[in-house]
Design a protein around this ligand. Structure first.
Ligand SMILES: O=c1[nH]c(=O)c2[nH]c(=O)[nH]c2[nH]1
Length: 306
């Protein structure tokens, strides 16, 4: 049966590119998800398998990261224009390039004046609301209230190290004195209030305060591991909220890999901003319960069961 090739396109989809620029100790972040689709003289690769007209999707990925370094990301549109023009004008068989971009906005986490003065501004929370959670249980005598949140995405562009860890024959991770630390906070906290004539907490005030302390502890802890940062987050909630007895935290370590752009003659360590590949999986998953002294752990370890 005679057949015809209809519309076709190809390229690397969902390149998660993060560019961090540094003005002294004030950092700025651009966070994009870039998908490239090329089309043109592609009869042969579909019909005979000849790749003579095929610029590899891997190359389109490298180009996205290299251009982020080379031209910066002033706006998603301008970045897309640079890329699309490059593919169409540099490769004769490529006649059309479509570049789709999602941009994620980040706001600064408010830190103390002293922290800002001494450490600068390098902590961000992704724009868009987290989801607030509440679970209330009553058995006719006692109340148990557990509040929480999920999808609170945060990032520190410096003041994070990871070294001195165990090494065995399978360890390849390099020690680092300066890395990006990013996570999406899932948290539950249990109130000491059980009824019994105790004054009921002001749930609204408590939620706002707890979220603020989670953010502040993330931003203001000079981190030697995500475990240490996590413990400070839980401890700070308990220290500043007398109504909370227990905090359970589940924190994915959202790895940001600094891209090696040496093969393209670009120094990705230079002062004018570094480009990272934000991997979505696999991720480290760091979890713990932090308790007020003498209190019992009642929040289940597996938060999917809550
Ligand atoms: O903060 C971290 N904690 C770890 O346990 C760990 N493991 C790893 O590979 N990277 C990191 N980072």
């Amino acid at each position: 049966m005679p057949t015809m090739l209809g519309q076709n396109q190809y390229g690397k989809a969902e390149n998660r590119v993060v560019r961090i620029t540094r003005e002294g100790s004030t950092h700025h972040i651009k966070d994009l998800n870039v998908s490239v689709a090329l089309s043109g003289d592609m009869e042969d690769v579909h019909r005979s398998g000849s790749n003579a007209n095929v610029l590899p999707t891997d190359t389109t990925k490298n180009t996205v990261f290299a251009f982020a370094k080379k031209y910066g990301i002033e706006s998603a549109e301008r970045f897309g224009i640079h890329l699309a023009r490059h593919f169409v004008t540099s490769q004769e068989p490529v006649h059309r390039a479509r570049v789709r971009i999602e941009e994620y906005a980040w706001d600064r986490i408010a830190t103390s004046d002293a922290h800002r003065r001494e450490r600068g501004e390098h902590s961000f929370v992704r724009r868009g609301q987290e989801t607030r959670l509440a679970q209330v249980t009553y058995d006719g005598e006692r109340w148990e209230v557990v509040s929480g949140l999920k999808d609170l995405t945060v990032l520190n562009s410096t003041d994070s190290e990871f070294h001195g860890f165990l090494k065995d024959g399978y360890t390849t991770l390099e020690e680092t004195r300066d890395r990006v630390l990013a996570t999406s906070v899932t948290a539950r906290w249990r109130f000491g209030w059980t009824g019994d004539g105790q004054a009921m907490p002001d749930w609204e005030t408590s939620y706002g305060r707890t979220k603020r302390h989670l953010l502040r502890a993330f931003a203001e802890t000079y981190s030697l591991s995500l475990q240490q940062t996590m413990y400070r987050m839980g401890a700070r909630v308990i220290e500043h909220g007398e109504e909370v007895d227990e905090v359970r935290l589940s924190l994915p370590n959202s790895h940001h890999f600094q891209v090696d752009l040496e093969p393209f003659g670009l120094d990705n360590d230079s002062a004018d901003g570094a480009v990272y590949f934000a991997a979505d999986r696999p991720y480290g998953l760091i979890e713990a319960t932090i308790l007020r002294d003498g209190c019992e752990a009642l929040i289940p370890a597996d938060l999917t069961n809550l």
